[in-house]
Design a protein around this ligand. Structure first.
Ligand code: GDP
Ligand code: MG
Length: 184
């Protein structure tokens, strides 16, 4: 609990959110776009970043999202249980121009559910929506999978910024809603 300068009580929320999905689907760039409004063609942003804390405004309340990036661990299929520990939200990402990354989603969801609470608020994210001519996964397939698994769904582009804020906002807003309902 914290107090603003006006003396009003404000809740101090910090939500851990994890980014998962195959290598090179754009996880690090989604985070770079969201937290720093940057994009990196060479994907160097993967290296060294463990998590980034981002302040967000949800219905007029300040909420902090602590967003974890895999730092390339997924290349070795060795994302550790510590990565998932305490997560309340997840962005499970594939690349709409590489079907193989969509086919991996089931495995990532299993891993998420093995290592974290079943109630973790999850959005399925089809990234690289700017690559229209190279699309291998139709929007309706992403949508159908999300519906079947009870996930939110959005297509994003870290390159042109499309839906990037919206994807993170959707998850944080839902978590915030669940927690504030619990308080009441
Ligand atoms: P990660 O391994 O999942 O963290 O993926 P990166 O963020 O490192 O991105 C892998 C590659 O895809 C890099 O060359 C990025 O420049 C590129 N990339 C990431 N997001 C997008 C996107 O939305 N559109 C396009 N066209 N390329 C992207
Ligand atoms: Mg990365």
């Amino acid at each position: 609990m914290a107090f603003s300068t006006e003396g009003q009580q404000t809740e101090d929320y910090l939500f851990k959110i994890v980014l998962i999905g195959d290598s090179a689907v754009g996880k690090s760039n989604l985070l770079a776009r969201f937290a720093r409004n940057e994009f990196d063609q060479n994907s160097k942003s993967t290296i060294g970043v463990e998590f980034q804390t981002q302040k967000m405004d949800i219905d007029g309340k300040e909420v902090k999202a602590q967003i974890w990036d895999t730092a390339g661990q997924e290349r070795f299929r060795a994302v550790t249980s510590a990565y998932y520990r305490g997560a309340v939200g997840a962005l499970v990402v594939y690349d709409i121009s590489r079907r193989q990354t969509f086919d991996s989603i089931g495995r990532w969801l299993n891993e998420l559910h093995t290592h974290s609470d079943m109630n973790v608020v999850t959005i399925l994210v089809g990234n690289k929506s700017d690559l229209k001519d190279a699309r291998e996964v139709p929007t309706r397939e992403g949508k159908a999978l999300a519906e079947a698994q009870g996930l939110f769904f959005m297509e994003t582009s870290a390159l042109d910024s499309s839906n990037v804020n919206a994807a993170f906002q959707t998850v944080v807003k839902e978590i915030y809603g669940i927690l504030s309902r619990k308080v009441i």
